[in-house]
Design a protein around this ligand. Structure first.
Ligand SMILES: NC(=O)c1ccc[n+]([C@@H]2O[C@H](COP(=O)([O-])OP(=O)(O)OC[C@H]3O[C@@H](n4cnc5c(N)ncnc54)[C@H](O)[C@@H]3O)[C@@H](O)[C@H]2O)c1
Length: 328
């Protein structure tokens, strides 16, 4: 099959980390487009509730067979055994969307070996499966963390690679592995470098979570918001449903691509963001400035030409709309 039109492709699509924030929105979109999805997740940060709507009996594709199968497994231990019973039942895997990861940069600094085993090792397990089983396309969740600081803005995919953490190193190593498997084994791959993703289901209780989910959670409760430094640092916040559309578009083409930035191309300063969130939540929260964090990237903004051209997807949700949906 040269291109896997999601409405006619009846092969399985595997989403590793599919119970997580970005993963569950991706699963929603795939099933809405008629695909049968297998989620591989160890539920370390993912949640059953993120996928709960697909557990209802009406969500079956044919007769009583469900549109979603969930396997609790650790990506660091390989995926052959987890997938064997499902491919025996439903047939082969067409695409793998690989999102499972240890997602904390801070944790990766403290535990670089654990990070490598999950984040780089997990990618190799996915690629080995893809090579052996003839999977058409692997889409990988990379990160703007591969760039480090100091690249000219907006950051082009051709900017120098300078990761500042084991997390960024493992994301880049995974990108190289993807390119290698494409060149040597013919496994088509696409690494998507996500900028700051936000939206519903992002876990506000994790100290490493996205700033929007933490600000929203605190502002709703009338609690103080903390900004590290002067708040002039900028970010390119991209709404999760737009990211899911980019992921599904990448999975729907059988062609491999060079890495692609996933962002909006627009930025906002953190202090402005805090003010907007406080206002949207009724204006009860104070804003406090804490000392700047060492090593924090100051400016971040994606160049998104390649995303538009290669994937035909634009991040069309405005920050105002995305924040309103997140807060509701
Ligand atoms: N959220 C962002 O802004 C952002 C930015 C850049 C890159 N990313 C990448 O996008 C992907 C998804 O991130 P997210 O924000 O949805 O985070 P998340 O924590 O909600 O999702 C990660 C999922 O992976 C699962 N997982 C973790 N370790 C696993 C393991 N060993 N085996 C199986 N499953 C495992 C978790 O349970 C969770 O469901 C990650 O690869 C992350 O590095 C996210």
């Amino acid at each position: 099959m040269s291109s896997s039109d999601s409405t006619t492709d009846n092969r399985l699509v595997v989403v590793t980390g599919g119970a997580g924030f970005i993963g569950s929105h991706t699963v929603d979109l795939l099933i809405e487009r008629g695909r049968r999805v297998v989620v591989l997740d160890n539920f370390s940060t993912g949640r059953r509730s993120n996928l709960a709507r697909w557990a209802e009996p009406q969500h079956s594709l044919s007769g009583t067979s469900p549109a979603l199968e969930v396997v609790v497994t650790d990506i660091g231990h390989g995926i052959f055994a987890a997938l064997a019973p499902l491919t025996a039942k439903y047939g082969p895997v067409g695409q793998i969307i690989h999102l499972a990861a240890q997602v904390s940069v801070v944790h990766s600094v403290a535990n670089p070996l654990v990070d490598m085993q999950t984040n780089y090792g997990g990618t190799l397990h996915v690629l080995e499966y893809a090579r052996a089983m003839g999977v058409e396309k692997v889409v990988f969740a990379s990160s703007a963390a591969v760039y480090g600081d100091g690249a000219a803005l907006p950051v082009a995919e051709s900017s120098p690679i300078q990761p500042l953490s084991p997390y960024g190193i493992d994301k880049y190593a995974s990108e190289l592995a993807l390119a290698y498997y494409q060149m040597v084994h013919g496994v088509a791959g696409a690494a998507l470098r996500f900028f700051n993703v936000y939206g519903p289901r992002q876990d506000p209780t994790s100290p490493y979570s996205g700033v929007i989910s933490i600000f929203s959670d605190r502002a709703r409760a009338g609690k103080e918001l903390a900004i590290f430094g002067d708040g002039e640092q900028t970010r390119d916040f991209v709404y999760v449903a737009d990211v899911a559309r980019a992921i599904v578009a990448a999975a729907s083409s059988s062609r491999g691509t060079a890495p692609i930035n996933i962002g909006t191309g627009r930025t906002i300063a953190i202090k402005e963001l805090a003010a907007i969130v406080v206002e949207l939540c009724g204006g009860r929260s104070a804003i406090r400035h804490l000392p700047a964090r060492a090593g924090e990237i100051l400016q971040s903004q994606a160049l998104v030409e390649r995303m538009h051209q290669e994937l035909g997807v634009r991040a069309e949700t405005s920050l105002a709309d995305g924040l309103a949906r997140t807060l509701s």
